[in-house]
Design a protein around this ligand. Sequence first.
Ligand SMILES: N[C@@H](CCC(=O)N[C@@H](CS)C(=O)NCC(=O)O)C(=O)O
Length: 201
Amino acid sequence: MYKAVGSRGSRVSRVLWMLEELAQPYEFVEVKLRSPEAYALNPSGKVPVLIDGELTVTDSAAICVYLGDKHAEKGMGANPGVVGRAEMDSWMHFAQSELEAPLWNKLRHRFLLPKEIRVDVGPAAAYDFASELGALDRRLGERPFALGERFTAVDVLLGDIGSWARAGRFPIDSEHINAYFDRMLARPARARAQANGGSAR
Ligand SMILES: N[C@@H](CCC(=O)N[C@@H](CS)C(=O)NCC(=O)O)C(=O)O
């Protein structure tokens, strides 16, 4: 059985969501950020971490891709071949390095960094997020899901980021993006994941 390690309100939400979409049995193991238990599994002391038998995978995007590819028969992984891999990687890196980065930066300055080095990054974060939302809008175009006609690990990551943005009151002005987030966040597997520990931030 998979072990999904994380803390409530953390990025473990997307790992639990993936596991629910894939209908895989798992145990949610709660650990605190940067606790000895977290450092024992991840040199950075961060969560989430996925334990699959002897294998330990850190970093939420990598975990989602791993799960999607491992259970390819469920249709949530990359398209075949090196081109499919590039397409998946491009989306996942865009999602985390561009779209999620301003959300994370603001959260760190609000709650995580030592108090003496916190600054108000709110306006800059809102500016960057709005700009990346525009990029998301153009990238998605008219397709229902990031990779086209099927729901994949990319949509889990984007949906989870959308939920984080809404909880953090980042304005989302695009009707198109709001409709996309609404559709992703309404998936029953997400509700099950939330009930099992992946509750919203
Ligand atoms: N790239 C990592 C980031 C992991 C991460 O920063 N996790 C947060 C919780 S969501 C954490 O453990 N933060 C502790 C800290 O930054 O001190 C991922 O996507 O999993």
